[in-house]
Write a protein that binds this ligand. Structure first.
Ligand code: TYM
Length: 332
């Protein structure tokens, strides 16, 4: 059975982008693959969360994994820092990752632009740590959103380079995975690109948002006074609403509003109402389970303890082999 590895950073509540890019696929994949799904707490350290925030966000992601339907009997659910072998592999792989290629990563360039006062080494080597998350379990399929595609390319580069340097055929190539023919990019409500917290709270629809909050957020999204000509090209803010609709609504609904737009009969209030209801419906199965799971601390602890044991066993095997390949053998 092929191995699947993926993770989500512990930066808070999960949003629709996380769901359609990653989590929704985790749930489907667990029936077909050997799955490792983790909470990337080490990756979230680049922004220096307080210890309290870190703890609560790790817990939040664990709760939402379970609420979404990841089954700990089928998948290994663990916290990244519970598997120190990942950090050890990261040290080894950093020796074969070059400054130029790390500086060229789009995610690094974005971070420099958005937060020039916090360009730390962890940000630079972020793709190396991500590669190690995957390589440590010999993952070959990685369910992620479009924004992670370049990191997967780098993972293949690092794994292949290791194989070449040590003249082994050890690490396999991993590829980004989505059930749809393209990797998903869910746009944010603010129209500033992909949905994400860095564009402000109002950009995201969280899986835990109540129906009322969802409706309010959608109603506030930018629109305009409507098309003035038949079949007019949609302005960005309107295209954005249609793109969101593509994610949560049926093809028929989308076609219906597209026809109304093209015949200049559209009322954006109606479109937004429909979009909000479709989002409420899409998030309901996860939202309805969050509270119950969150109240069951013993269950959450049990899940991540069991997950840590399973992930450690897999990681320890890899690290033992990697040390041998590198020549880190004991002299005594
Ligand atoms: P993170 O925490 O930023 O996002 C988690 C997952 O959600 C996807 N995603 C989106 N997909 C579509 N549209 C969006 N608007 C959107 N926003 C987020 C991301 O593509 C991702 O799949 N580096 C990773 C975490 C990570 C990881 C790994 C992933 C660490 N190690 C190993 C896979 C394998 C990250 O920052 O994701």
């Amino acid at each position: 059975m092929e191995t699947v590895v993926s993770g989500i950073r512990s930066t808070g509540k999960l949003h629709l982008g996380n769901y359609y890019g990653a989590l929704g696929n985790f749930v489907k994949m667990q029936n077909e693959y050997n799955c490792f799904f983790f909470i990337a707490d080490l990756h979230s350290l680049t922004t220096h969360p307080t210890p309290q925030d870190l703890q609560s966000t790790v817990r939040q992601v664990a709760v939402e994994y379970l609420a979404a339907g990841i089954d700990p009997e089928k998948s290994t659910i663990y916290v990244q820092s519970d598997v120190p072998e990942v950090a050890e592999l990261y040290l080894y792989m950093n020796m074969n990752a070059y400054l130029g290629e790390l500086e060229r990563a789009t995610s690094f360039k974005d971070k420099i632009r958005s937060n020039p006062n916090n360009v730390n080494a962890g940000l630079l080597t972020y793709p190396v740590l991500m590669a190690c998350d995957i390589l440590i379990h010999h993952g070959v399929k990685v369910p992620v959103g479009k924004d992670q595609e370049q990191h997967l390319e780098m993972t293949r580069t690092f794994g292949n380079r290791f194989n070449r340097i040590y003249d082994v055929d050890y690490f396999k190539e991993a590829f980004a995975f989505s059930y749809s023919d393209k990797l998903v990019k869910v746009p944010g409500l603010s129209g500033q690109g992909k949905m994400g917290k860095s564009n402000g709270e109002g950009d995201c629809i969280y899986l835990s948002d109540s129906p009322d909050v969802i409706r309010k957020k959608i109603m506030r999204a930018q629109s305009d006074s409507g098309p003035t000509e038949m079949n007019q090209v949609k302005p960005d803010s309107i295209q954005n609403l249609f793109d969101l609709m593509k994610v949560v609504s049926t093809a028929d609904t989308l076609q219906h509003f597209d026809d109304l737009y093209n015949s200049c009969e559209i009322r954006y209030g109606d479109l937004k109402k429909q979009l909000a209801e479709d989002m409420v419906l899409a998030t309901e199965p996860v939202r309805s389970r969050i509270e119950d799971i969150s109240n069951d601390t013993d269950y959450i602890k049990k899940v991540v303890r069991l997950g840590a044991e399973k992930a450690q066993a897999s990681a320890q095997k890899t690290i033992k082999e990697v040390r041998e390949i590198i020549g880190l053998k004991k002299l005594y």
